[in-house]
Design a protein around this ligand. Structure first.
Ligand SMILES: [Zn+2]
Length: 353
């Protein structure tokens, strides 16, 4: 394993934020926020490496000292990551640095006892409290990277708030969030905010090109300008504009009914977050088209989107967009997958007729 590095679009901010002068009076809790898919967790992990490094070179960890060696192997005793079990599992059990508690949860999961939690649980916060109130191993800082902060439930958010109200010495909390407005306001008020930039298109396209993502511009558009999200979409092997979106929009453009049954069959196996994201992006494009503006996410569908938008009533487009946004916010979906997909597609079709 190697040390996490800042992405090119983060280097300037990191250099200022972690510069020698700033470090003298570094806040004990930060809320790192910004668009999803721009590399916020990677930024926080690179920052943690830099804060723990015993011979930092400006904002960067040196990569050679004992602290860097431990960090790179996932064994730094003064570093903790706090994330929901489901996130830990998705990131790979093989990755070092997991807390024992998380491994135990993974074992339980493998034994089929329960689904992995999508929330940061109070037990995880209590473990951090105990750890933060023992001496640091290396005499330097202790760093906690917690993400996504919106997965704190009410109890764990209050537990964390209690810790931040009487901050343990020499401890830095880096909270990462796509949606700071969904956090407990009192918790946010205990943190300094650090908004991370979305890279300029040129920089994002250059980076995507270096990662071998093609066609970079279409993937970047489909991901709303977020390069890591674009890379993840591309890795799934579909096209920048999923084929099913075309099958949905083409008939609507011609004033015909799409084949909802067939579309449902192809979507019921896709993760809800994924197809809801795509529908939300489609609705942004439809809304833009209804106002005579160019497509933001799916330029290849611009013409059918324009025609479909011309048939739709703006109020209904807005209503369905709000409905999709509510569905996206739900961690779990009460209906079975097929019924849910079917209901969503019917709403979309109705709002475009
Ligand atoms: Zn170092």
């Amino acid at each position: 394993m190697s040390l996490p590095r800042f992405y090119p679009w983060q280097e300037e901010l990191a250099a200022t934020w972690l510069g020698p002068e700033q470090r003298q009076r570094f806040a004990h809790a930060w809320l790192i926020h910004g668009l999803a898919g721009i590399g916020k967790v990677e930024f926080a992990r690179a920052a943690a490496a830099s804060l723990l490094c015993e011979a930092p070179e400006g904002a960067m960890a040196c990569g050679r000292c004992p602290a860097c060696t431990w960090y790179a192997s996932g064994n730094h005793p003064d570093f903790r990551r706090v994330r929901p079990e489901a996130v830990a599992l998705a990131e790979g059990e093989a990755e070092a640095g997991d807390m024992e508690e998380e491994s135990a949860a993974a074992d339980e999961k493998k034994a089929g006892k329960r689904a992995p939690s999508r929330e940061i649980r109070i037990e995880q916060i209590r473990a951090i409290e105990t750890w933060a109130n023992t001496g640091t191993h290396r005499g330097g800082l202790r760093v906690v990277v917690l993400y996504p902060a919106e997965s704190l439930n009410t109890i764990s958010a209050n537990g964390l708030l209690k810790i931040l109200e009487e901050p343990p010495p020499q401890t830095v909390f880096l909270l990462v969030s796509d949606a700071p407005d969904r956090l407990l306001p009192t918790l946010v008020s205990r943190c300094r905010r650090l908004p991370l930039p979305t890279p300029a298109a040129g920089q994002a396209l250059q980076w995507l090109g270096e990662q071998g993502v093609e066609p970079a511009a279409d993937w970047l558009a489909a991901a709303g300008g977020a390069p890591l999200a674009a890379q993840r979409l591309a890795a799934r092997g579909d096209t920048p504009c999923p084929a099913w979106l075309g099958q949905l929009v083409q008939p609507l453009a011609a004033g015909k009914a799409p084949d909802v049954g067939t579309l449902t069959e192809s979507l019921e196996k896709v993760a809800a977050a994924e197809w809801i994201d795509a529908l939300q992006r489609l609705f942004t494009d439809l809304t833009l088209a209804a106002h005579g503006a160019a497509s933001r996410y799916y330029p290849s569908l611009a013409e059918p989107v324009r025609q479909a938008a011309a048939r739709a009533r703006p109020a209904q487009l807005a209503e369905t967009a709000r409905w999709l946004s509510r569905q996206r916010g739900l961690a779990t979906h009460p209906l079975n997958a097929k019924l849910f997909v079917h209901a969503a597609l019917q709403r979309v079709v109705l709002s475009c007729q």
